[in-house]
Design a protein around this ligand. Sequence first.
Ligand SMILES: [Zn+2]
Ligand SMILES: [Zn+2]
Length: 148
Amino acid sequence: LSEQLEGACLCGSVTYSSSGPALATINCHCRDCQKQTGSAFSTMVAVPADRFEVTGETLSSFTTIGTDTGEEAVRHFCRGCGSPLFTRAAVAPGLVFIKAGTLTDPSGLQPVADAWCDSAQTWVSLPEERLRMPRGPSAKQLAALGPA
Ligand SMILES: [Zn+2]
Ligand SMILES: [Zn+2]
């Protein structure tokens, strides 16, 4: 995976770029991600917030409160086409979590962990060798990814 990442929503109105580095790719199986993506889980690439830029007038956001953390998660999406684009979490202000499917080229990604396995759907198989977190990553685990 190259340092430079670029992506866009389905209609193309919102575009973003990260001058990297991509710190980790994680699958999140929490109910909020299932709802927001309309799918079984969300694949996210963590990048440093200070290296991330986004443009587009249709960028909107929706804020939820984390079940465990009690902290805000702000989910950014395109109000034109509905694509979820990235999330900012109060527990990790130095990171942006890009929704992997919106990348121009998501083909080289290798998820390192499955988070919120407690609410993972039974019809999704998880590889034995990948790290499984019963719930969300701890602040310590997130801090280990990079800038806090
Ligand atoms: Zn769009
Ligand atoms: Zn989630």
